[in-house]
Design a protein around this ligand. Sequence first.
Ligand code: B12
Length: 474
Amino acid sequence: MKKLLLINTNTEKSPYPIPPLGLCQIASYLQGLYEVRIYDGMFDEGRSLGSVISSFNPDFMGFSIRNVDEMIPERSTFFIEGVYRNFIKPARKLTKAPCILGGSGYTMFPREILEYTGADYGIAGEGGKSLHALLQSLERGEDVNGIPAVYSRDGQGARLPWTNGDNILSLFSEIDRKIDFKPYTERGVYSIQTKRGCALRCLYCSYPLLEGSKYRLRTPALIVNEIEEASGRLGMGVTFEFVDSTFNEPKGHAEEICRELIRRKLKVKLRTMGVNPRNTSKELFRLMIEAGFVQIDVTPDSASPAMIKNLRKGFSIEDIRRTADLINKFNLPSMWFFLFGGPGECRKTFNETIDFIDGYINPADLVYMSAGLRIYPGTPLYKTALKEGIISATDNLLNPSVFYFSKAAPRLELKEWILDACKDRLHCLPAYETTPPAEMMREAVAVRKAQNLAEPMFRTLLRIRKGWKSKGKL
Ligand code: B12
């Protein structure tokens, strides 16, 4: 059997280390067809990759590239540089095994990242079926250029990600069996997908390009089986996190998953990103609390009626207000995310969102404020930015500092508005402040231990922040 080494190149530990879910899914898919091994670079950061390659002697190498940049104008970290330096370059020196790239970051810039890293092939979109087809063609010495979603150095390569027709969604990732999961249990989570695809049309967003624009749902029974099995192996300390683009779309699916969790009486801790205000209801929140949700992320981006429309969010200001009221009623700890600077943003629209924060968001919850919209190829924002002359068709968008700012909310002014708004609202933070000071973190850990607190870390940190402020320490 031929040997495939799958390499997780993500070493980013903020806001917490993320286990390589996609790679584990691919390993499940190819199990039995190839001898598959995963090298997880998250904590090892490439140090023992050489010895793994020497002992395993792979026939093929697949590199997973998750992050390109941080999407924050204040920090122009370019992750691909580290991926090349710590993983691809040293691996290339040790073996002639073909080097194949994939992952969400790769999918956004398939041609550019192939060129930057000098890798042999890349797969845009899902890794299961297309990777299998590529490996088979390579084994047989066939031309690979017709395979959907496969990019190669000689300039062929299909344009559209191959997001249909494989059974990868019905498989369990079994992350903890494929990698050393222990270091993730400290701050991390066990990631779970309930579906693929995003049918929303938000102006700037790459999700439909990454996952397809039609929902492909996993059945609630299957999802809960996966959680039940993993929690059986890992015990109660682990939090399961749903990593869908939006958790509560399409309407009804999230509710069904919660009902199945409740029916099985699983005592698990759950959290999710991407709660969309559109389909929230009392019933949804009631079920989520009963199923075990301890924390959610809510992502309206704006609470200005004009900006909600311009960003094509597909919900109304009433939807956001109802969502906030429900969150407060159920006291479900929440992190809110707002994104300023899109087309039409101005002082008035900015203030409308701030008024919403003041009127509706519980000060015990956290609000992140981002400025500037990162421009990615293939998104509607890309076309807007071209039309407005913010970028030109020849610009290399892989450059992590390409952002859209509305003319009436320019970069520096917007930064000032945000800093000003955060000054008197201690639960509001600029998005680049993702890491609290080490001393604050130490204090939070000590308080949590002493008081045996089970609340989300952000709530403890916010209280300490307020205490520091009153003591003049901030
Ligand atoms: C959930 C999520 C989060 C959660 C993670 C929670 C968790 N427990 O995992 C949170 C909110 C914490 C988060 C944080 C960040 N995220 Co995020 N996140 C996502 C999201 C929505 C889903 C990721 C996911 O798990 N998908 C499910 C898995 C199964 O898919 P996958 O890993 O992509 O794998 C599939 C394919 O990519 C492919 N594949 C993967 N590897 C390989 C390898 C080979 C060889 C092949 C052939 C194929 C292949 O096959 C897999 C199976 O089909 C994506 C957007 C999206 N829709 O994809 C953004 C996304 C990955 N995040 C992004 C970013 C930037 C970040 C942050 C850097 C943001 C920040 N400033 O802090 C951090 C980094 C965190 C870290 N430690 O790495 C970007 C990355 C691209 C970019 N712009 O750089 C994305 C794409 C969003 C975007 N802007 O478009 N994120």
